[in-house]
Ligand binder design. Structure first.
Ligand code: KG4
Ligand code: ZN
Length: 338
């Protein structure tokens, strides 16, 4: 299985073999390309995917001595994501599929993230509650069986990663913001500020991080001077508020479903404070907790390849239409059987 990820600012190419597992995983990050602009410039992202994707596929085949005849199927990210960036992966996948006479299956990016936890030696067993936290999504899902998802709650405005990125900008930190805020927070003094935990007083499993972002901005504005210590204290207060909010909602979702396992995935699941807090929750509640390896938290081709295997029953249904869906609510995702 060849996996191709091009939904945003990372070109990911991977080869996965059903018996040997992941045999190649190549990743090219466009961070340097977008840094000067403080965020992802969609047109530049698309052009760079065009430049990188095919040479990376060539490299993956060459380095594993795989011939096109050994490829059974191609999985690519169909959505959600940036339309131009998605179209690069989709058109390349469909063209190679036509040439190699194999199916090319479109994968939902968030199902890819969810499947990244299957790339570990000790993958989660169903049923479980999944927390998907990335730059574009914050979702709690009930996962009864492979491919059977129920959205329990989601962000009504900014995603957690997006809030991290925006707060990073306010603090004068670079892009991508999440790791930068987390790093600055390590210098912060706990208890200097206490930021709100949005939507935690009301019942329910939805998230809202937009107000917290404004609160952070207002706190910064009120400071006559902004010392490095102030900025670090604010980064810590912001991170604590996000993580605490997520933890409260995860506890509720576990209670509501009665599922014995919590699975984390998506870029923000790399956050150490989030992992430590949810580890504590899992011990208190006697539930199992599973994360992807750090390198598979953010976007990569391996998660798309393994999601393509999950959807094997649909391979026979693939046609040559080049499909990309910039918006694709996960509850519109079809079941595993066509
Ligand atoms: O999953 P991902 O690579 O792309 C999307 O599907 O959006 O996630 C990227 C997001 C960014 O918003 C980034 O700032 C955030 O994940 N992120 C983090 C950390 N590492 C990445 N946020 C907080 N702490 C981190 N250590
Ligand atoms: Zn992602």
């Amino acid at each position: 299985m060849l996996g191709i990820e091009t939904s945003c600012d990372e070109t990911g190419v991977a080869l996965f073999d059903e018996s040997e597992g992941l045999i190649k995983d190549l990743l090219y990050s466009q961070v340097d390309l977008h840094r000067d602009y403080g965020g992802v410039v969609p047109e530049l992202a698309s052009r760079d995917h065009i430049r990188k994707c095919l040479p990376m596929i060539d490299q993956a085949l060459r380095e594993t001595q795989t011939t096109p005849a050994q490829i059974s199927a191609i999985a690519y990210t169909e959505g959600p994501g940036l339309i131009g960036a998605l179209l690069v992966g989709a058109s390349l996948a469909k063209s190679l599929a036509l040439a190699w006479k194999v199916p090319a299956i479109g994968i939902h990016h968030m199902e890819g993230h969810l499947m990244s936890t299957q790339l570990t030696s000790d993958p989660p067993t169903y049923p479980f509650v999944a927390l998907l936290v990335s730059g574009g999504h914050t979702q709690l899902m009930g996962c009864q069986a492979p491919g059977e998802y129920e959205i329990l709650g989601e962000s009504v405005d900014d995603a957690a990663g997006e809030a991290f990125d925006k707060v990073a900008k306010m603090l004068g930190l670079g892009y991508p913001g999440g790791p930068a805020v987390a790093k600055l927070a390590t210098q912060g003094r706990s208890g200097q500020y206490r930021f709100p935990r949005p939507l935690t007083k009301k019942p329910g499993l939805d998230f809202s991080f937009s107000g917290l972002k404004t609160h952070t901005m207002n706190t910064l504005r009120k400071l006559p001077t902004r010392s490095d210590q102030d900025r670090a204290d604010i980064a810590l207060a912001f991170q604590e508020a996000v993580v605490d909010t997520i933890q409260i909602k995860c506890a509720r979702a576990l209670e509501k479903t009665g599922y014995p396992t919590l699975v984390l995935a998506g870029g923000v699941s790399a956050n150490k404070h989030l992992r430590a807090t949810l580890d504590r929750l899992s011990k208190e509640r006697h539930i199992d907790i599973k994360y992807p390896e750090l390198k598979f938290c953010t976007d990569n081709g391996a998660m798309i390849a393994i999601a393509g295997l999950l959807r094997k029953a649909q391979w026979s249904d693939c046609d040559h239409t080049i499909a990309a869906r910039p918006r694709w609510p996960m509850n519109e995702l079809s079941g595993l059987n066509p």
